[in-house]
Design a protein around this ligand. Structure first.
Ligand code: FDA
Length: 962
């Protein structure tokens, strides 16, 4: 390790040079702006959000409306002179056309501080100018997120054109380097599909590398979000040893010191480069997505992959430098604006005898003004990172830079307030503490498929299931003499000839037996305390968690779910078990007011015997949710699983048995709805029905339970979750990168077969055409096929009859609307596949816009303005889920008040509600009853009693607290 003393000496020298630089005479409005960004957290939030929205606001009035919405109640200290003059006079309210150009210019001025130019010519010109000053560059072409393969190809061409233009320029740029964001080269990049992602990326990257190599231009792969790290590193390692590139030293990759994995990654790269034998450039950065990585990991319940203490990142950076300098096959690119890191690198270079050509410093355009001379002044190599492109595609980059430049953890913006000792203090990470977990319920985290072990475990579970295909499953009925010829062949919708399992089908005699057993079990089960029943649910949750991959694998096979969808369903089932256990305990301690002389007790009692009728689309979560709520409340229940997915239900009932559930409390009766489902619903011995499914069946059940058969001395309850015709409103200012990804996920995730799925998109104003064009290309890029292959984003619909019904709906919709995109299902497969279909010019009253199709069919409608969009969205018989993508705070607020749905999602997809965080359920014809996964749900399975005792005896009352 290099001596700390030497780092301090060099740091002192750098510091002195920095202090000698004359300070700018008068701080301009941009300097004041950065000051306010650093000191005023509300302004920072609003400013970052406003800047993000500006490129989408081409209309003056809209721009000024947003400006007022974001800053209406904030004291603005830093504005260009013309703008503050206009605002003082209220022109922002009365004359938007006067103020808008000044706002736009202001944002552009800020953007130009970090974005080096809008065109290739402009950035090459700047690169040549810098070359004259002895500074090299790395060019970064800014872009929107790549949502389709067409966009990915456009990016590839853009890189190739850039190389061509740079090579053909009259005056070449010396020592040119390109920074490539590989996620822009393949729209379907996914941690789940590492092999497919690396394969596709190699194919797109190879021509770029070949062209760059022959033009003597270096290429560095930027490091992006953690989800892609494994893919980028593997791509780098594999492509760098291909015959064409294995001796090329112009190839490099960025490594982020803020990641906890970095020490291991660098060690692995050291071994790898030794085998390759030719040098590579490693650009060591701290990392640009710290906030995003931290927030999204915490939202998902995943371990945070970045260090959470800045000094940990700093220490990791220094360990990284050490590794880079000690390995002669690494050409270190020290990418930082941190004075201590620069000093540390200089000291390491000395210690390892690296001359000035053996490494380089790198800095970002717009952040290097003060620091660049410190490096060039010592005759060390410096490369500036020059992002270029239009403001709109560059906005994500700009926001990252603003974030970094206003963060109290970044050195550069704070340097003028710090002294030498603070700047040069060696990083001293605090002792690692345990991450604290909040008390109480927490959702089971989904798999993070970036983890190789998690991918391997899932694949192994699929293999295990493959080894048990076609087996026979008896009924779970005590003393049952199964009539074995009654069976259901449960088949794989992706390969209908493959029998996943053979389940014995229950008939009316089994239903009778189940009812009698439930009656017999009721007294002792309902007599147990809520606490004991809650403990049973928790035990079951533990068993299910231990078998989560196996259950998910059965779902892939039986329900045609992708890996992530299946994992999500199982995790939700575990959540229901744990959450309802917790809720049951809470019910036990409901206080009742008691006064001296009067004692009150408020108690809950189970209803009796319930009929549970779940659908096939969430084959575990929904039955488990309804069933666990019923039994934790003390009821007995008869589950009639959907005919399409009896196996998953069978395995769960088997799990209940293993967990020790007494006989008769739950009985699973796979079979026909008409034959046994209806009979159970009508039977006077049943007390409630919990149903999730179609509106027709839900309403039919409602009619059935209102009858009063002889011998029934209670009013039956129905808890019904029915369909939706869910809409997403795309406001004129929406971020289309997010919208397209969100709509694809909401409309085509699990082939659109979710009651929460989006089936209408309502576009406000001019956003329609651009959105539709991008959406169609994104839909075209989705890979469809057997979901057992993790590379397939879409699988089959559930059955041949579902497929037929969807095809008929598409055919009749084609008569009234424009089929703007009709995808091609895989030709070679026998499965029930339907590719996405997108209709435009849809009449808001047409069946396509009003009736649930339950497949990957999306209707796009136009609205004149936001109010009109809300009117159209609310104009159906349903009220389940809805979404709004907008960057107008006023519109988001208005939607919260007026969008009539049970679950409203702002700026996110409309699917994947989480237990407790987003209790799920709608109203109007979407359902009746309290929300699943919410605090009121259990009450539906109970009736309440109040017991009041007069405790006054001959004028004497015990203490009211007793
Ligand atoms: P500084 O000391 O100011 O550190 C700030 C950084 O510390 C933050 O950016 C963050 O990484 C980290 N940090 C902040 N708070 C923290 C906390 N509480 N706990 C732990 N760590 C915390 N980035 C990237 O992700 N991929 C890339 O490919 C590139 N490429 C690139 C090329 C070039 C030439 C440069 C100069 C920079 C990059 N970057 C990058 C951006 C880079 O990640 C970013 O500029 C630096 O993180 C800024 O940190 P400094 O080293 O300048 O110092």
């Amino acid at each position: 390790m290099v001596e700390e003393k030497r780092i301090q000496v060099i740091g002192q020298e750098l510091w002195s040079s920095l202090q000698q630089k004359p300070s700018a005479s008068e701080p301009g409005w941009i300097d004041k702006l950065f000051d306010q960004l650093m000191t005023d957290s509300r302004f920072r939030l609003q400013a970052l959000r406003f800047v993000d929205a500006v490129p989408a606001l081409s209309d003056d009035a809209e721009l000024v409306r947003h400006f007022n919405e974001y800053f209406g109640d904030i004291e603005l200290e830093a504005l260009p002179r013309l703008m503050s003059w206009a605002i003082r006079r209220g022109a922002n309210l009365t004359h938007p056309a006067l103020v808008a150009p000044a706002i736009r210019q202001g944002v552009k001025t800020v953007a130009h501080r970090f974005i080096a130019g809008e065109s290739v010519d402009a950035v090459l010109k700047l690169a040549r100018k810098l070359g004259g000053e002895g500074i090299s560059v790395s060019l970064d072409r800014l872009g929107e997120a790549t949502v389709s393969e067409t966009e990915a190809e456009t990016y590839q061409r853009a890189y190739l054109t850039l190389i061509e233009r740079a090579a053909a320029a009259e005056r070449a740029v010396e020592d040119l380097n390109l920074s490539v964001k590989v996620s822009s080269l393949f729209s379907q990049i996914s941690p789940l599909d590492q092999d497919g992602s690396v394969r596709a990326l190699k194919a797109r990257l190879r021509p770029i590398l070949l062209a760059a190599m022959s033009a003597r231009i270096g290429v560095t792969l930027d490091m992006e979000q953690y989800d892609y790290k494994g893919i980028i590193l593997r791509l780098f390692r594999e492509i760098a040893v291909e015959e064409a590139f294995r001796h090329w030293s112009g190839l490099g990759v960025a490594i982020q010191a803020y990641l906890r994995d970095t020490d291991d990654d660098l060690a692995a790269l050291s071994d790898w480069v030794a085998q390759r034998g030719a040098p590579v450039m490693i650009r060591l950065v701290r990392g640009a997505y710290w906030d995003q990585e931290t927030v999204s990991a915490r939202l998902q319940g995943w371990p945070v992959p970045v260090w959470t203490e800045k000094s940990d990142t700093d220490a990791c950076y220094e360990r990284g430098l050490q590794r880079l300098f000690e390995n002669p096959l690494f050409r270190p690119a020290v990418a930082t604006h941190n004075l201590r890191s620069i000093a540390c690198a200089l000291a390491l270079a000395e210690a390892h005898g690296r001359d000035a050509d053996g490494y380089e410093f790198q800095m970002l355009h717009g952040m290097a003004d003060a620091l660049a001379p410190l490096v060039t002044g010592r005759e060390r190599r410096l490369r500036l990172y020059l992002p270029f492109g239009e403001l709109l595609p560059g906005i994500a980059y700009l926001v990252r830079r603003l974030l970094e430049n206003s963060s109290d953890q970044s050195i550069l913006p704070a340097i003028s307030h710090l002294d030498l000792e603070q700047v040069m203090a060696p990083p001293s990470p605090p002792a690692a503490g345990m991450e604290s977990h909040p008390e109480g319920f927490a959702n089971l985290p989904l798999h993070r498929f970036t983890d190789e072990a998690e991918r391997a475990a899932f694949a192994a579970a699929l293999e295990r299931v493959n080894g048990h295909l076609g087996e026979r499953y008896p009924l779970h009925l005590r003393r049952h003499l199964a009539v074995e010829e009654r069976i259901i062949d449960s088949t794989n919708p992706a390969r209908p000839s493959e029998i996943v399992g053979v389940v014995v089908r229950a008939g009316p005699d089994d239903a009778e037996l189940a009812l009698r057993q439930a009656q017999a079990a009721f007294a002792s089960w309902s007599g147990l305390g809520l606490t004991e029943r809650a403990a049973f649910l928790e035990r079951t949750a533990e068993l299910l968690t231990a078998r989560r991959d196996l259950f998910a694998a059965w779902e892939v096979k039986e329900a045609g779910k992708s890996w992530s969808e299946a994992d999500g369903d199982v995790a939700e089932a575990v959540d229901f078990l744990r959450y309802y256990a917790q809720q049951a305990r809470a019910l036990q301690v409901r206080p009742s007011p008691s006064l001296p002389g009067e004692a009150n007790r408020h108690e809950y009692h189970p209803l009796g015997i319930g009929v549970i009728l779940p659908p096939w689309n969430f084959p575990l979560a929904i039955p488990v949710g309804m069933l666990s709520a019923a039994i934790v409340s003390g009821n007995c229940a008869i589950l009639k699983p959907a005919s399409e997915t009896p196996l998953v239900a069978w395995h769960f009932c088997e799990l209940l048995r293993v967990a020790g559930l007494p006989d008769g409390v739950v009985c699973c009766l796979p079979g026909s709805g008409a034959e046994i489902g209806e009979a159970l619903v009508r039977d006077p011995r049943t007390h409630f029905v919990a149903f999730t499914g179609s509106r027709e069946v839900g309403l039919h059940l409602h009619r059935l339970i209102t009858g009063q058969p002889t011998g029934q001395h209670h009013v039956k309850r129905l808890i019904a979750e029915m369909g939706g015709k869910n809409a997403i409103i795309v406001d004129s200012d929406a971020d289309l990168d997010d919208v397209v990804a969100g709509v694809i996920e909401s409309a085509f995730g699990y082939q659109g077969q979710k009651c929460s799925a989006c089936s209408r998109v309502i576009c406000v104003g001019a956003v329609h055409d651009r959105f539709v064009a991008r959406l169609i290309e994104a839909a075209r890029s989705l890979r469809i096929g057997d979901p057992a292959d993790a590379g397939n984003r879409m699988g089959p619909v559930i059955s041949a009859s579902a497929r037929q019904r969807i095809l008929e709906a598409i055919e009749s919709a084609s008569l009234t609307a424009t089929p703007a995109y009709v995808g091609e299902p895989p030709q070679s497969s026998e499965g029930h596949f339907i590719a996405p279909v997108i209709f435009t010019d849809v009449d808001e009253d047409s069946p396509l816009a009003q009736e649930e199709i339950f497949g990957p069919v999306l209707a796009i409608l136009r609205a004149a303005d936001f109010e009109d969009a809300l009117r159209i969205a609310n104009g159906t018989a349903y009220a389940l889920t809805g979404g709004v993508y907008s960057r107008s705070p006023a519109h988001l607020e208005r939607a919260s008040e007026a969008f009539q749905v049970g679950n409203l999602y702002l700026n996110r997809k409309t699917t994947r509600a989480l237990v407790q965080r987003q209790p799920f359920g709608g109203f109007k014809l979407s359902g009746m009853g309290f929300k699943a996964g919410g605090p009121d749900y259990l009450l539906q399975f109970l009736h309440a009693r109040c017991v009041t005792e007069n405790t006054l005896r001959r004028g004497f009352a015990p203490d009211s607290e007793a």
